[in-house]
Design a protein around this ligand. Structure first.
Ligand code: HEC
Length: 271
C-alpha cells in the first residue's frame, strides 16, 4: 500500500508541471536548491517588464524575483558565476547584482503553465530561469551578462585567483590589461584560454593555436564583429559583438590581449 502511494506521489511529482526545474544556489558553505514553484511563490516575486530583452530582442514581461533577494550572505566585493545548462558560464561580480541603484538584476522564472516563446526556431525557451536586467546601460551590463537556461548560481573566488593562466604578464601595458577585462566580460562565458575557465561552449582561444596566429589581416576583427560574415553556416553559435557592446578601442585592446597571450601558452594540467 505504502509502495503504491509512493509511486502515485512520484508520478504526480514527475507529471506536475509546477516541479519543472530546480535552481542550485551555492553560496559560501551553504548550498540549496529552489524549485520553480518555490521561486514563483517567493514573497518578492512580481510581474516585471524588460525593455529590449537581449535574448528575445523585444519587450518582454516575466514573473521575476530580484536576484539580491536570493543572495543571502553575499557581499558587494564577492564574485559569482551563473551557470547555464548548455555549458555557458557567466562570471559576474556580485556588486551590480546586489545594487539598489543603477542596473537592476532579476531572475525571471518560467512558469510551466505559461511557457515562454522559443529563442529561435530550433532552440527551446530561455527558461527555466533567465537573468534579466532593467536599465542595463547604467552599470554597463553587456549581453553576455544575460545568461539564460540558468541551472546554478555559485559564489566563487575571482577569475584571476581561480585561473592564473589567463593573466597577462605583470609588465603588460594598459591596452593588454584592459583587453583582459573585456575578455572576462565578453568571451570567458563560452571560451577557455590556456585550458582555463569553466565554459564548455566554444573552442580554447590559445591552445593549440591562438586566433591571432592564423587569422591574417583584419579577419579576426571582422570575425568578432560578425562571425557569419567570415564563416557561414546555420548552426554557428558565436555571437556578433557590435560597436555598442564592444567599442573599436575595447575590441582593439581585446585583440592585444589575445596576441599577448599567444606568447604565454601554457597547457592546463590534465584533470
Ligand atoms: C555565447 C558563446 C560565445 C561567446 C560569448 C563568444 N564566443 Fe567565440 N565562439 C563560440 C563558438 C560556439 C564558436 C565556434 C564556432 C561557432 O559555433 O560559431 C566560437 C568561435 C570563435 C572563434 C573562431 C575560432 C576558430 O578558429 O574557428 C574565435 C576567434 C572566437 N570565437 C573568439 C571570441 C572572442 C574574442 C569572444 C569575446 C569577444 C567570443 N569569441 C565570445 C561561442 C562564443
Amino acid at each position: 500500500m505504502r509502495k503504491h502511494l509512493a509511486l502515485v506521489l512520484l508520478t504526480l511529482a514527475v507529471s506536475s508541471p509546477l516541479y519543472a526545474a530546480v535552481l542550485r544556489l551555492e553560496l559560501g558553505s551553504a548550498s540549496k536548491a529552489l524549485s520553480t514553484e518555490a521561486l514563483l511563490e517567493h514573497p518578492q516575486t512580481q510581474l516585471i517588464e524588460i525593455a529590449d530583452d537581449v535574448t528575445y530582442k523585444r519587450t518582454m514581461r516575466y514573473r521575476a524575483v530580484p536576484i539580491a533577494a536570493l543572495l543571502d550572505g553575499v557581499n558587494a566585493g564577492d564574485h559569482l558565476q551563473v551557470q547555464a545548462t548548455d555549458g555557458f558560464a557567466a562570471e559576474i561580480p556580485a556588486a551590480p547584482l546586489l545594487s539598489a541603484t543603477g542596473s537592476k538584476a532579476w531572475l525571471a522564472i518560467e512558469d510551466p503553465a505559461q511557457p515562454w516563446p522559443r529563442i529561435s526556431q530550433h532552440k527551446p525557451s530561455a527558461g527555466p530561469f533567465y537573468l534579466v536586467w532593467q536599465n542595463p546601460a547604467a552599470s554597463q551590463i553587456g549581453p553576455e551578462q544575460w545568461p539564460f537556461q540558468v541551472a546554478a548560481i555559485r559564489q566563487l573566488a575571482p577569475v584571476d585567483e581561480r585561473f592564473p593562466k589567463l593573466l597577462p604578464a605583470p609588465q603588460a601595458d594598459v591596452a593588454v590589461n584592459n583587453g583582459f577585462i573585456q575578455f572576462q566580460k565578453n568571451c570567458l562565458a563560452c571560451h577557455t584560454l590556456n585550458g582555463e575557465g569553466d565554459a564548455q561552449f566554444g573552442p580554447d582561444l590559445n591552445v593549440p593555436y591562438n586566433p591571432t596566429e592564423y587569422f591574417s589581416g583584419n579577419f579576426l576583427y571582422q570575425y568578432i564583429r560578425d562571425p557569419q560574415s567570415l564563416r557561414q553556416w546555420p548552426q554557428g553559435r558565436m555571437p556578433s559583438f557590435s560597436a555598442e557592446v564592444l567599442s573599436d578601442q575595447a575590441l582593439g585592446d581585446l585583440i592585444s590581449y589575445l596576441r599577448h597571450m599567444a606568447g604565454r601558452k601554457q597547457l592546463g594540467a590534465p584533470d
